[in-house]
Design a protein around this ligand. Sequence first.
Ligand SMILES: NC(=O)c1ccc[n+]([C@@H]2O[C@H](COP(=O)([O-])OP(=O)(O)OC[C@H]3O[C@@H](n4cnc5c(N)ncnc54)[C@H](O)[C@@H]3O)[C@@H](O)[C@H]2O)c1
Length: 279
Amino acid sequence: MRELNGKVVLITGGASGIGQGMARAFAESGAQVVIADVDEAQGRKVADALNQRACKALYIALDVTDREDWRRARQDIESRLAPVDILCNNAGASALNMPVSGLSPDTWDRTVQLNLTSVYNGVAEFVPGMCERGSGHIVNTASIAGLIAGIPDASAYTATKFGVVGLSETLAAELAPHDIGVTIVCPGAVRTALWKTSRSALGLPPADPDKAAASPSASPDAMDPDLLGRLIRDAVQDNQRYVITHPEYDTAIETRFLAIRQASAWTQTALLKHSPKGE
Ligand SMILES: NC(=O)c1ccc[n+]([C@@H]2O[C@H](COP(=O)([O-])OP(=O)(O)OC[C@H]3O[C@@H](n4cnc5c(N)ncnc54)[C@H](O)[C@@H]3O)[C@@H](O)[C@H]2O)c1
């Protein structure tokens, strides 16, 4: 979607971090930005700051796990602005430092609802209208953890981010005939509040301060979220499928695919033993 001027962009988790970076970037290009978040004070602050810079922004209260909220948000946006052109499913939380043996069913369920089912919720609410209009774009924030294998103590997070990648790839195939693009964002560490917001978003007590401070998003060397916001905006304009921020993970991605290719070759060899000729 090359022209962004006047387009309506809904960004979940838009009150902070990567979502805020996207809000700023889309607003700079003339889009009308809807910041949808559970953090009302911060969401209103981000929208007010954009409006003071002659951009168009509004805050709406939205809990991405609540389908009634999604329905209300769509009706509200359509009556106040226009139908949503670009849907950014970005809100999420990261439950790190949790070995699978110690992961409670509640934390598993909550992570799946917040990181994966939320993306379905947004798609289910907005994609039918986009198909009717024959235009639109979906941005889904996954993670590099959705592409590489075996990050220890992050099973729920990794499972949901692989899920977001799988859902998005299927959407891309289904929606291409309707002229609707899909962009999958797979960042490495980005300097955001994720290390602070995640545990409460997942209904967990605050983390041990040392562990929280060692989270990738707390690192001063992590990527600037405003820069990532601009990259995501450019990807929408170029109808680019993936945004991969950290090339140092390319080898890990290749290693995983190589292991899959080798497993396929092993399976073909093993199958020979079971074929009539191999007997
Ligand atoms: N920061 C990183 O290093 C990093 C890396 C890879 C992927 N990501 C992904 O980026 C996305 C955005 O995270 P961030 O790093 O900008 O973190 P952040 O904490 O700065 O922003 C997350 C926002 O989501 C909101 N939120 C939480 N629960 C919500 C709910 N139920 N409904 C609506 N909003 C809710 C929070 O209030 C917050 O404003 C997440 O999906 C995260 O998994 C982040």
